[in-house]
Each structure stands twice: as C-alpha cells, then as structure tokens.
Design a protein around this ligand. Structure first.
Ligand SMILES: [Zn+2]
Ligand SMILES: [Zn+2]
Length: 385
C-alpha cells in the first residue's frame, strides 16, 4: 500500500537533555527538540496485517490537523514545529473514518463491512492512570499518526477496542460517502467535548459561551455549545473564512480579535455580567487568557484546549473576585466521549459538514497539508480509497 511517510533525523538540540525513556523507546517527548530535517513523501509502505484482536481498516477519509502542519513546517534550524510525542519514520494522519475489511481471530465487536471511526490515542489499559480511569493520561501512550502508522494511507490495523461504529451517522445523512466524511470529524470534536463537558463540567443552558480560535476544534466547540443550550455564543478568530464558518455552525457573533477588544466585547454582549464559559482553542493563551479575564462572569470557567509551550501571565485576583476557575484538558478517550459525539451527529443536533472545505486524493496529501498552512480552511479531507 501507500502512505504519507514522515522521516526525520534524531538530532537533539544541544541544550535538550534526552531522557533515558526517550533513548530506550526511540520516542521523543518533545518532537521539536529532537527531530530535524523532516522529509514527507507519499510512498509505498508494508501492508498492515491485523493481529488477533485487531481489525484491518480501509481508510475512507482522514482530516488534516494543525499538528500535521507542524510536521511540514520547520523552525530556523529545520526542526519540526510539533512539540509533542513522536517517533519516526511513520505515516501521518489521525482524524479518520474507515471500513472494516478483515478481522483478527479474537475480534468480537466488529465484522467486515462495518463503518467506524477510531480513537487516535492508543491507551494501554494497564498503567496506573488507565486503571484509575484516565486513559487520556496513559503513561504507555502510542498515538496513531505520531508514534505509530497513521491514516494518510490505504490501510491501517488497530485493536478493535479503539473503533466506534458510525452506522447511526450513515442512517442520518443517507449516504455512506457523506457519513465517512462527517465521521472523520469525530476525533477533533471529541477533543472539544472532553475539554468542555468532561474536564470543565460544561455549563448551564442559557449560559454565555466564548470560543477563541475557530479551527476545527474551536468550530466543534461552537457546535457543541449550541447543542448544549448556550444562551449566546461569540467566536474570535483571525481568518475571515473561518469567521463565516463559525457562524455557520452556531456562533451568534464572530470577530477578528485584531479589530476589536475581545474582553470589552464580552462585557458589552453580556450587559456587564461577563461570559460564563470560555474555550481556548487558539493555542495563543498569552493573548487570549487576558481577554477572557476581562470578560469573566461570576462562577465562570476557562478551559484550555489549544497547545502552547509558553508561560501565561494570569491575574488571579480576577479569578478570586469572579469566583472563576481554569481547567486544563487533553485527549478524547474514555468518559463516553466518542459514543456521545456520534449520537449528537446522528441526531442532527450538531452538523459540522459545512466546515469540510476541500478534498484531496492520497497522492496529493502533501498538497492538502500545504493548503492547510494558509489557515483559511475549515477541515481539509484526504480520501485515500
Ligand atoms: Zn488532530
Ligand atoms: Zn495506560
């Protein structure tokens, strides 16, 4: 088969101390500090063979994520920009839907022909955080498209326990092809769901919600906030096309934060009461958190989803006076998240299909990633088969 393969040189930056775990596993905890001179190429790769508890999946659609751009883009010394867990060479791609084409001998949950979407986080189920119910914090984590082969490829083999059937979505949208496209958005939507409802505990119907950043996770956050009964939703985003997408999926107001004073907008739109729930999906907390602080309602919450390797000045006095709380969140596994997001899509209560703005074939995956670096699209899909 073929896949988009990323290879790079293991060349730790002079001031980076490589840990024993990194040496032993060949996995970089901080990719940006270790992987240099990346090459990306669609080329042949050995056909995956499913193990006893695995299924072989034929990939139908795979979304381009911000992290894929951060493999394509490099810093001044030609290190990848992506700061997280990585092991190369591997195939990229982790937001996908697929058809089961073969099953291992011990598989009981799936049969050939089943339509599924798949978790990106391969949690072990055996480490202490997993056993305590926190798979998003697994200490033996593998990540599809980061440390093990991903879904910008014809096929992938994964343990059946990471797959979730999407039949209900197919019934709702009426066509297999559309179901696979929409279901490829499940993974980023689950990241938003986990942060907003599992980690931060959600908000009351009628509450006012702000979402900073309208990439696919921010857009999913807007749709989820609408479905959960937000009284008012405002989005802040620097890309004009994405401002329109924000409105298309449920934002009542959408502003370019360079043209307004976001904190003041939040106070004006709430007649001085402030907003109750703030979602950071822009990955620039040093800019967004101070704006949110100015728009905190009493009892309000801030949830951090965007990733940024930066310290952020926070004025804790504002959190005391407004009885406010900040939450950190990562991942999408466990806590009923995948099944509940699939239910929301299947019921039509969230419809993210407007955010799919371009489609590419597998051979053109590099063009798809290059296009996404414009940061004007909603979600770009690669359809390998
Ligand atoms: Zn992603
Ligand atoms: Zn684990």
């Amino acid at each position: 088969m073929k896949g988009l393969v990323l290879d790079a040189k293991w060349d730790p930056k002079p001031d980076y101390k490589v840990s024993d775990w990194e040496k032993k596993t060949g996995k970089a905890i901080s990719g940006n500090d270790i992987w240099r001179n990346p090459t990306l190429e669609v080329r042949s790769w050995p056909d995956p063979k499913p193990g006893p508890q695995e299924v072989l999946l034929e990939i139908q659609a795979c979304g381009v994520c911000g992290s894929d751009m951060h493999f394509y883009e490099t810093d001044d010394d030609n290190y990848i920009l992506y700061p997280g867990l990585t092991k190369f060479a591997t195939i990229l791609g982790h937001e996908f839907s697929a058809k089961v084409v073969e099953i291992g001998k011990d598989v009981t949950l799936l049969t050939p022909g089943d339509m599924v979407t798949v978790e990106e986080m391969i949690w072990c189920g055996r480490c202490i955080p997993c056993r305590n119910g926190y798979p998003n914090h697994c200490t033996n984590l593998e990540e599809i498209g980061f440390t093990i082969p991903g879904a910008f490829a014809n096929y992938i083999a994964v343990d059946e326990k990471f797959c979730w059937k999407i039949d209900a979505i197919a019934e709702k949208v009426g066509s297999e092809e559309k179901a696979y496209e929409v279901a490829a958005l499940t993974e980023p939507t689950c990241v938003a769901y986990n942060a907003m409802f599992e980690r931060a505990g959600g908000f009351r119907p009628g509450h006012f919600v702000s979402v900073f950043g309208a990439g696919s996770i921010g857009l999913a956050g807007i749709a989820l906030a609408k479905a959960a009964g937000a009284g008012k939703i405002v989005a802040f985003e620097v890309s004009k096309p994405r401002l329109e997408l924000a409105k298309a999926v449920g934002a009542d107001y959408a502003y370019d934060p360079r043209e307004v004073h976001a904190g003041e907008v939040l106070m004006e739109l709430s007649d001085g009461a402030g907003f109750d729930f703030h979602v950071e999906a822009a990955g620039v907390p040093e800019l967004t958190i101070p704006e949110m602080e100015q728009g905190l309602a009493i009892n309000s919450k801030i949830v951090q989803i965007g990733r940024a390797a930066k310290r952020v000045p926070m004025y804790l006095e504002a959190f005391q006076v407004r009885r406010a709380q900040a939450y950190g969140a990562q991942g999408h596994s466990g806590h009923e998240t995948f099944p509940n997001v699939i239910r929301l899509v299947a019921s039509g209560r969230i419809d993210l299909s407007p955010i799919i703005t371009s489609r590419y074939g597998l051979d053109d995956t590099l063009d798809a990633i290059a296009k996404s670096t414009d940061r004007t699209d909603g979600k770009i899909l690669v359809k390998p088969n």
